[in-house]
Structures are given as C-alpha cells and as structure tokens.
Design a protein around this ligand. Structure first.
Ligand code: HEC
Length: 509
C-alpha cells in the first residue's frame, strides 16, 4: 500500500490542473502525454506496448494521420481512441508534440541493449527437422504484412501458408536469412532485431539494438548480424546464434562528426560488412580477422573497422556481383557515383539525378556484357547501364515513379512497379533483351501493385496488392497468367529463401 498511495496522489494531482488548463489556456502536451500515453508508448517516448513516438520514427506518418490515430484509435490494435476523452485542441497539441525533438536526446547504451536481450531457445537446442512437410525447403517465402505487423511463411511450390506470426512494429529493410535458409532475422523501425527458426516456427531470440533502426545484415558466413541505426548514431554487432551483443560502434567520422547510418550490407566475396552513412562523406567496411589489412583500425576482438573517405555523401548502395564496386547516390540528387572499394576512389559519375532507388537495382547479361537497371522514386524511368564501362545503355520511360525491380536468371523479363502517382496500380514487364516494355498489368484498378518476387526456379512470380484489404497474387512468369491469390493485410516484401541465400542476380540484396 505504501507505494500505491503516493502514485495515486500524483495521478490525481496531474489530472486536476490538466482539465482546468484545457478549459482556459493552451493544453500542455507533456502533461497529457504522461497522463494518457506514457503507459504504452514509454515515459521517454521510446515505446513499449505501442511504438516509439519520436520525430525520426514517425517520418512515414503524416501529422494529419497522427491526429486521426489519436482521435479514432487504430482498429483491432491496442491503440485506443481518445476523441471522447480529449478535446480537439488537446489532440492537436499531442499530435504536434510527438513530432518535436525531446528536450533531452534519448540515449540507448550497451546496458539498454543488454537489458532488452531475450533468448527463448538457445542456439542448437531446438530440433533440426522441420515441424512441417514441404517438397523444397529452399523454395519457401517469407512475406511481410505491414498492415497489421505480421509475417507469413509460404510453401513456394504449393503456395500454401505454413505459418503466420506477429512481428515487431514496422519491420524495416527486409528480413535476412542465415546462409542455410533455416533462420530468418528481422529488423524493426524501433530497433528490434528478431531471430526466427523457420524449421520450428519459433522466435528464438530478440534484442533491441537501437531506438530508430534502418536495417540489418547477416554476414556471408552466418556468424554475425549487424544493425545500422539512425538513433543513436551507431552500428551494433551481434552474435548471430543468440543475438548477444559483441560491440556497439559509435559512428564517428574521420573529422569527428557523427552520422546516422543509412544502411548496412553484407559483401560475401569480401567477407565483410559495408556501411552507407548519411551525414559524413565516408564508406565504412567492417572486416573479419583473416581479412585484416593495413590501415584497419582495431575495433573489438577480431573485428577491424576500415573507414574510407568518399568524394561525396553517398547513400543507398548498389553493388556489382563481385562486390568490388558500389554505386551510391550523391547527396542532393546530384547523380550517381561508382566507388571502387579496392582503390578507395571514385571511378565514374553516372547520370542518375534525383532519387534513384539503388537498393532495388538488378543486373543481367545482355549481348555478352552485364547491365544494371535502376528504378527512380521521383520519375517514371528505369536507367540501364553497361557495368563494364559504366556507360548509359538506355533510359526506359515508365508510367510513373517506381520502387522495386525484380527478375530471375531463368526469366526473359524484368519487372518494375509504378509505386507513386495516379498510375500506382500498374506494373511493367520489360523484355531483358530489347529493353522495351512488352506488357503493363493492372491487377486491381486503383490499388497499388508492387514488389515482384520469383520462386527459386523463376517459373512463378508473386506480386503484392499493397492494401489493408489486399492480397498476394501469383502468376506464371512466362505466360503472365494468374495462378492464384491469397488475402493479406497490406503485403509488402516477399523473400524467397533460394533467391536470397544464393544471391540470385535478379534480386536486390
Ligand atoms: C493501451 C496502450 C496505448 C495507449 C494508452 C496509447 N497508445 Fe498509441 N498506440 C498503441 C499501439 C499498440 C499502437 C500501434 C498500433 C498499430 O499496430 O498500428 C499505437 C500507435 C500510435 C500511433 C501511430 C504510430 C505510428 O507509427 O503509426 C500514434 C501517433 C499514437 N499511438 C499516439 C498515442 C498518443 C498520443 C497516446 C496518448 C494520448 C497514445 N497513443 C496512447 C498503444 C497505445
């Protein structure tokens, strides 16, 4: 009792001034937040039952949508409606307040990471035989349903759902498989890294690596997971077995400035991680012991950090299949640049102004040379380059800005969606030899059709109807005939085990 009384008194004390304030002066959002929201979204706004409510984390939610959410709640979630309890002015003040930076920049220390770490099943303790039967374990798909934060596991031969399980809030940057395809790792917007055992349909371990995270990468040998954060400015290296913390690495450039991490990548032939940085003109590589070279800085234990000065701020990388060259987008939409990771120098400028989506680029063989194709987020165009001399081969005009591109070594077609603008329900089929659009599909008029993924053989392809009332559609990859559909809550990305673990040329990594 001794504890409950003072708390009760505090709550009463808070409630009185708030209601009298609401009638007289402007509402005090800090007080309102602590009274109505902190229990779920965290005293420090870092999240709890509900997601973190910080400006960076809310970058994809429009302020007007935030007002709607607070007033009306979110159906079928724990987010209550406050429209009856709070007045317009109070809701408005709260909505504005959550987009403002907190007075004290929130921190996420090693102690916080360690305290968040949960292991449900230690590595090696669950059975090695799958608990379900499929023809081909390498032809499974993981599908992210962002509408209600779930993940579906599909059999890619029979197109049946094996499991559907809740994910952390707002998965980000694509799940990553272990090299044998047994485990899949997820990263969430609010910094959670989750390891899932596909064979046993169980979450085995979780850890919160940051407050606002961009994505994760799994090393080619399967031993490590790297998480890249916006907040704090850090990289977090984890042991892939149980997600134990190995090191958190503050991102501080050669001149001492700190930076957000745009993205982390695994570079299999180099046996390393490569890191894209938002606020400093550098490219970082984290290498393994046997890869250690002159100029490496000792990092921790066996790891070496190599910081390379880049000619510009480079964001969103695309790699050549040998992982020697990376293509990055220079800051301010000034074009693309090719950076040689061996000589540590820029080797070409590319006419890729605006917002190319390099992370979605793909490559294929055309007349004996390798070409790469890149969609654009701000214009209806796919740019195709010859990778032997980085010359522009073609600029294919599309019906609007795109987001994802996909193909498969066994398919004659490359697919690009129209993601933004009035034609967002269209998806184009490009002939990989002629570089012409040979077909434009509108699977569901008015609804976004996006993100193609092929099965392991390149015979069937899956497509998302990106809507809360959406579905997954699968087609014959050659005749483009519909083969089936499955209802899903805003399906976004789909990830085939084989294509991802074999670094199939038609998929981004
Ligand atoms: C009982 C727990 C609970 C309380 C209390 C609560 N929320 Fe939420 N809130 C949630 C959950 C859970 C979600 C995520 C819903 C979903 O899955 O989309 C959420 C989502 C939100 C979102 C959308 C975030 C995004 O990234 O899209 C906003 C904004 C929000 N809440 C604001 C508030 C405010 C402001 C208050 C206080 C007035 C509040 N919430 C009180 C649980 C809660």
């Amino acid at each position: 009792m001794r504890r409950i009384l003072p708390l009760f008194a505090v709550l009463l004390g808070l409630a009185l001034p708030v209601s009298s304030l609401a009638q007289a002066d402007a509402p005090d959002p800090t007080m309102l937040y602590h009274q109505h929201c902190a229990a779920c979204h965290g005293v420090d706004r870092l999240g709890g039952i509900g997601p973190a409510l910080l400006p960076d984390n809310l970058s994809r939610l429009k302020p007007a949508e935030a007002v709607e959410v607070i007033r009306g709640g979110r159906l079928a979630t724990q987010m209550p409606a406050f429209g009856e309890m709070l007045g317009e002015a109070e809701v408005g003040a709260l909505a504005e307040w959550i987009y403002a930076r907190p007075e004290v920049e929130p921190s996420w220390s090693d102690a916080d990471i360690l305290a968040s770490h949960v292991v449900n099943h230690y590595h090696g303790t669950l059975p090695d035989e799958p608990v379900f039967e499929v023809e081909d374990l390498k032809n499974l798909f993981v599908v992210v349903e962002i509408g209600d934060h779930h993940v579906s596991l599909l059999d890619g031969d029979r197109f049946e759902r094996i499991a559907r399980f809740p994910s952390r809030y707002a998965l980000h940057g694509g799940p990553k498989y272990s090299p044998d395809g047994r485990y899949v790792y997820f990263g969430s917007r609010d910094g959670w890294v989750t390891k899932y055992d596909i064979y046993n349909l169980e979450v085995t371990a979780e850890v919160r690596a940051g407050i606002n995270m961009r994505n994760i990468a799994v090393s080619a040998d399967g031993n490590y997971v790297l998480a890249g954060n916006y907040l704090p400015h850090s990289l977090v290296l984890l042991d892939a077995r149980n997600l134990e913390l190995i090191a958190s690495i503050p991102v501080e450039g050669l001149d001492g400035d700190t930076s957000r991490v745009s993205a982390v990548y695994t570079a299999p032939p180099r046996n390393s991680f490569v890191v894209a940085l938002k606020d400093i003109p550098e490219v970082w590589e984290i290498r393994w012991p046997e890869e250690r070279a002159a100029g490496d800085e000792a990092l921790v234990g066996d790891f070496a950090l190599h910081r390379m000065a880049a000619p510009d701020y480079l964001d969103d990388f695309f790699f050549d299949p040998g992982y020697r060259y990376l293509v990055g987008a220079a800051r301010g939409g000034q074009g693309g640049q090719v950076f040689d990771l061996d000589s540590e120098a820029k080797v070409a400028d590319l006419p890729l102004e605006g917002m190319p989506h390099l992370g979605a680029g793909i490559t294929w063989e055309l007349d004996g040379r390798r070409v790469m194709a890149i969609p654009h987020i701000d214009r209806g165009q796919v740019s195709v380059f010859d990778m032997s001399d980085w010359s522009l081969v073609s600029e294919i005009a599309t019906d609007g800005p795109g987001f994802f591109m996909r193909s498969h070594a066994n398919s004659p077609y490359a697919w690009v969606d129209v993601f933004f603008g009035p034609n967002h329900d269209r998806i184009h089929v490009i002939d990989k030899r002629t570089l012409e659009i040979v077909e434009t599909l509108i699977p569901e008029p008015g609804k976004t059709a996006a993100h193609v993924e092929f099965d392991r053989r390149g015979e069937t392809l899956l497509l998302s109807i990106w809507d809360n009332d959406g579905y997954l559609l699968w087609l014959d990859a050659n005749t483009l005939e519909e083969l089936g559909r499955m209802p899903m809550n805003k399906p976004s990305g789909k990830y085939n085990v084989w294509n991802k673990t074999q670094y199939e040329e038609g998929t981004s990594h």
